[in-house]
Design a protein. Structure first.
Length: 264
């Protein structure tokens, strides 16, 4: 634990090692269970599914035997924006239903303010926001297993990853009763971080040099999705493969274009 200087507030973020990720989906299941993510009676159309954490399969575009693939988990990137505290989604919301918490760096979503205009979904370049087209459905006795710390969203509102912010609030309450103002690294961890069997996800305070994420984000293997847009996301990725870093910034070289499907 360290005492932070004035103005050096926590910035909670995540580092995901793509060289370790196996694409098992444990992070997706843990996220859905922890945050009461709803699902439809018929989930055969996955384009309509709500998945705060989604895993993508990325290929280098080479034919066999040179084919390589990685799995890329994608939560909300919790962007800072080109100007700190102004990510693209919060700048366009007319109802201030989404907000940037300057004390933590977390981009929140206030469901009771949202009236479903979906401007934030249009502004987000990472497609991390989902619209509730239907009333939430929890079959049989699954309602008994809903988390009491997370509200169930109604039809007609937008939702997204919150870095399990209710866990932060719970940890801060515990620290307050113990007479502390700061949290230890492991006191606030997201569900996906704890569920990953490969240890590919690391979570913590990016501003705290004692936290593992602070060290990992400065690795020569580190990069961020679509970094050229200037959104300054707080989710970093690690990969030793050069083509992965290029693909995730949409800068694949000409040598890969010949293997892409051509437009008609």
């Amino acid at each position: 634990m360290i005492h932070k200087e004035e103005g050096n507030l926590p910035r909670y973020g995540m580092v995901i090692d793509l060289d370790k990720c196996t694409g098992c989906g444990a992070c997706m299941v843990a996220c859905q269970s922890e945050n009461n993510v709803p699902f439809k009676e018929n989930e055969t159309n996955k384009l309509d599914s709500i998945t705060w954490m989604r895993i993508f399969k990325v290929s280098n575009g080479e034919p066999f035997p040179g084919t390589e693939m990685v799995y890329l988990p994608r939560p909300c990137q919790h962007c800072e924006g080109q100007h700190p505290g102004h990510p693209p989604c919060t700048s366009v919301c007319p109802a201030t239903a989404t907000d940037y918490d300057h004390a933590t760096g977390v981009v929140s979503q206030i469901y009771t303010r949202c009236f479903g205009c979906r401007y934030c979904m249009t502004a987000c370049p990472y497609l991390v926001r989902y619209f509730n087209w239907w009333d939430p459905h929890f079959p049989a006795d699954t309602e008994k297993y809903l988390s009491p710390d997370v509200s169930v969203r109604m039809r007609g509102v937008v939702e997204k990853c919150s870095f399990c912010f209710h866990r932060f609030q719970r940890a801060m309450d515990k620290a307050y009763y113990e007479g502390r103002k700061e949290l230890e690294e492991m006191e606030y961890q997201t569900a996906c971080t704890q569920a990953c069997p490969a240890g590919a996800i690391t979570f913590g305070d990016l501003n705290n040099p004692h936290h593992q994420v602070h060290k990992l984000k400065d690795s020569p293997r580190a990069f961020r999705l679509l970094e050229k847009l200037g959104t300054n996301p707080k989710v970093y990725y690690l990969s030793s493969k050069k083509w992965v870093r290029k693909a995730c910034d949409n800068e694949m070289g000409k040598e890969h274009n010949k293997y892409r499907p051509k437009r008609k």
